[in-house]
Design a protein around this ligand. Sequence first.
Ligand code: LLP
Length: 432
Amino acid sequence: MFVSDCLNVNEKGHLTIGGVDTVDLAKEYGTPLYVSDENQIRANCQAFVKSIDENYSGNGRVLFASKAFCCKEMCRIVNDEKMGLDVVSGGELYTAIKAGFPTEKIYFHGNNKTIDELTQALDAGVGRIIVDNLTELEHLNALAKQKGKVQGIMFRIKPGIDAHTHSFIRTGQIDSKFGLALETGEALEAVKKAVSMENVELCGLHCHIGSQIFDIDPFELAAEVMLKFIAEIKKETGFVVKELNLGGGFGIKYLSEEKPEAYEAYMGRVAKVVKSKAEEYKLDMPFIIIEPGRSIVGSAGITLYTVGAVKEIPNIRTYVSVDGGMGDNPRYILYQSAYELMCANKANEPKDYKVTVAGKCCESGDLIQENALIQKVVPGDILATLSTGAYNYSMASNYNRIPRAATVMVKDGQSRVIIKRESYEDLIRNDV
Ligand code: LLP
């Protein structure tokens, strides 16, 4: 019935998450409010870890792509689930360090890491830096030399695969700002250069073909392309690539009718490709890394709003305005992302009220969804957007100087704040 197992309806007809009444949550913590279910997040982590154990003899590691939802509590949960962490900026790295995340299990991505960020990563002792380009390689080698260190690296490769998803979140094709191209020989040149350098140790290759991908075929194809490149490197240079990071991008359910593959299915099929290609090219099986973000946290989270004005414009549309909007969920204005919405205090009533849900920003495009079917709402009702656990808080802004919402984690019927609501004082903290 719901997009996520952690959601249900209680005897009062209220939406629940992790066994907690969402109407009570809205009352206790205020709205807008992000709520995530810890058990669901942990179950998702465990499914990915198990998929490597079962399909690839445990010869790999699952990283959480922290860009999907970065905060100290998530870092602690991920560490507790024995996973690694993908960070993509000095800020994400800082968050992980402050959460006590073991830095040797941190993988630092990014297409334009600054010198400060590279220095921060070297000083922190991150496990791997995923080098995007030759400029970065030179900078990193020089910085590591100054510090008398040898940094483990991987190269970001463009496998030339066009995964069918929104063009903004497509990254594996040649026309991309991310990574080194295979076709032009740039990737092989980078490998040769790295192998000759003293202060970086080339450990592996990385690719990421896009996000919110439902089809497993492009992932299989990416694995094939990468294995072929590993074989080419061995033939051309004798160098053996030991680690292969196949990125994230596994699709989740935003709408009830969507049917993403089980996470186990992905590893089942991709492991087969890796094994057969390794055999064909006479390579040792690489240590496999995957880095899901959205699929760990997305469907474990919801956002609660209070309904304000309801404007019925005859023969045009009905606007339901809520006390949040593009500040807490910029994904509709950015990608026209589909979401399911419902009235949390009328969860059993029919969803036959067609509305456009608008935010409170001074911007016409500030919408959460158009033509959504929800229960008949009136001012004061609590409206929930489902599957907002990924890329909502992490992409939130303070546009119109609206403070960022709080995040509450629920678990076994209990709730706790993991990110406090911003205050007006927070908003002016850096003003001089
Ligand atoms: N690894 C790399 C190198 C990535 O660039 C990404 C996502 C991931 C892993 C995790 O992908 P996931 O499993 O979460 O799909 N803001 C967009 C999504 C951008 C994804 C960017 N990279 C959205 O809201 O849909």
